[in-house]
Design a protein around this ligand. Structure first.
Ligand code: GDP
Length: 482
């Protein structure tokens, strides 16, 4: 098809409209400058202010990152238990502050957490570092020029994965102390727990104005498994800056993801070989992402749901049960269906449907599924490589159907700049009616939002405070940007 440019993509396109800087070694991470070859036009362009802030943030990561004098000094203070180089009202000008992210659960969760933490780091001038107990360092290239975002091996705080909101350093405890600012200054670090199980007090973090007291903490450690950007848009402290960064609110993840996430060469090989072999030459591509939360065995009601959704929304043609109405012609339209899921059963059924019978439209429908891992094995590099390749491939389709509640699906459509048809999560093993709905935007859903209005300091329906933060289609209490 004509819209996959083969060569001579201009430098501006290659750098995704200024999102990326030139100068990285191309061969060591092919996806960084080659992804534009595999994409139609950018769904959204970065604002000049976003581009400016990214360049400033790169300078900050370079000045503060691992291997620098600033990092050595900050890490030494952390081990010595004397954190207070930043005591007093303001941190020393130019002093480095850090946000250490402890991602966990599946890869989709990790990716949403990384994008959210990165935006928070930009808003609060902190260098972002990732705990490396996951496979993230093997599947993603470094996003910042000349500075690693991986936490060095000898980080003074051990077992980051075991931190919870119960530790004395947690935001939960600090926010409840009489003099929070003084408490922050006494702690070696502040731990922000944004797990599903976090409390009302943990979630007050979403109303925190960093300048008030968190800026005194050179080290902020954070545990989260999801997308918390919608909550940042509800915090008055960040409103003006976020408006300038993102004049359009519906593509925050899209832009952050294109800046941050560049698959390593091995993963890029999985992506491009699959794309070139199975997707490239079709007239149209449909992605179908199947995620089942009730166990790994196949379910008839979920197959029924996929078929009902794709039929009602005219995403796949109907088949004829008798003789084909017209003999197949060589000029027929071709549609490639990319299916992803842990099980191959749904794929086998849909492929058989279009092999067994002709389509009413005469279209040729080919159905592919790159892998069927059967069970989730997050943290194992080969398993995670396949998961990333499949999310990325989903983003290379033209239209996409996803499973509600799935962060895997959010990343697939978010990366692609695609507004999905979301299949509702089934209850009582029954196909929901309607089976799916077109989403309001391409943004991921925040699953554990605050129910508190930062301005009035009262409980509130946070889906009703500003027009661009609304409840999600697939989770009634969730929040998403539109
Ligand atoms: P979520 O649980 O749907 O929100 O998505 P996550 O990505 O956070 O966790 C699910 C994990 O299960 C993925 O990261 C993969 O490890 C695995 N998984 C689930 N669905 C698929 C799939 O379609 N393909 C592959 N390769 N892995 C999957």
């Amino acid at each position: 098809a004509s819209f996959w440019p083969l060569a001579s993509t201009s430098t501006k396109e290659k750098l995704l409209g200024g999102l990326l800087v030139p100068g990285f070694n191309e061969r060591s991470c092919l996806s960084r400058y080659h992804s534009a070859f595999y994409r139609k036009n950018m769904a959204r362009s970065p604002s000049p202010h976003l581009i400016k802030r990214l360049r400033e943030h790169e300078a900050l990561q370079h000045r503060c990152g691992p291997g620098t004098e600033a990092y050595r000094a900050a890490a030494a203070r952390l081990s010595s238990g004397h954190p207070n180089a930043t005591d007093g009202d303001d941190a020393a000008p130019g002093a480095c502050k850090y946000l250490v992210l402890v991602p966990y659960r599946g890869l989709g969760n990790n990716i949403l957490a990384m994008a959210s933490a990165f935006l928070y780091a930009v808003l609060t001038d902190r260098a972002l570092l990732l705990d490396r107990t996951t496979s993230l360092g093997d599947i993603f290239c470094e996003p910042f020029p000349g500075a690693s975002w991986l936490l060095p091996q000898h980080f003074p705080i051990r077992n980051l994965q075991n931190l919870t909101g119960e530790v004395p350093e947690s935001y939960r405890h600090l926010v409840q102390s009489d003099d929070a600012a003084a408490s922050v200054s006494r702690r070696r670090y502040v731990f922000v727990d944004l797990d599903h199980s976090c409390t009302y007090h943990d979630k007050l973090f979403f109303c925190d104005d960093e300048r008030r007291f968190l800026h005194r903490a050179p080290w902020l450690l954070m545990r989260t498994d999801g997308y918390f950007v919608p909550a940042l848009f509800l915090n008055p402290a960040y409103q003006e800056e976020l408006d300038r960064l993102f004049p359009r609110k519906d593509a925050v993840f899209y832009l952050l993801a294109h800046y941050l996430f560049h698959p390593t060469n091995k993963v890029w090989g999985l992506i491009t070989r699959f794309h070139d072999s199975y997707l490239k030459n079709s007239d149209e591509r449909l992605g179908i992402q199947i995620r089942v939360f009730d166990g790994d065995t196949p379910f008839q009601h979920i197959l029924d749901q996929i078929l009902a959704c794709t039929s009602q929304e005219h995403l796949l043609p109907d088949v004829v049960t008798k003789e084909p109405p017209h003999p197949s012609t060589t000029g027929a339209q071709s549609k490639a269906v990319l299916m992803t899921g842990l099980s191959s059963w749904y794929y086998e059924n849909i492929r058989w449907k279009y092999w067994q019978s002709a389509t009413a439209t005469g279209e040729a429908v080919s159905v592919y599924q790159p892998s069927h891992e059967e069970h989730q094995l997050s943290g194992y590099t080969t398993h995670d490589m396949k998961a990333l390749a499949e999310m990325y491939l989903l983003g290379m389709t033209d239209k996409i159907v996803t499973s509600g509640w799935s962060t895997f699906g959010y990343v697939g459509h978010g990366l692609g700049g695609l507004t999905p048809w979301i299949m509702f999560r089934p209850e009582n093993h029954t196909t929901p009616n309607p089976p799916c709905q077109r989403a309001k935007s391409m943004e991921p859903c925040m699953h554990g939002p605050p129910f508190y209005d930062c301005r009035t300091k009262h409980g509130a329906d946070t889906g009703k405070l500003v027009p661009h933060v609304q409840h999600c289609e697939d989770m009634s209490w969730g929040l998403k940007l539109v």
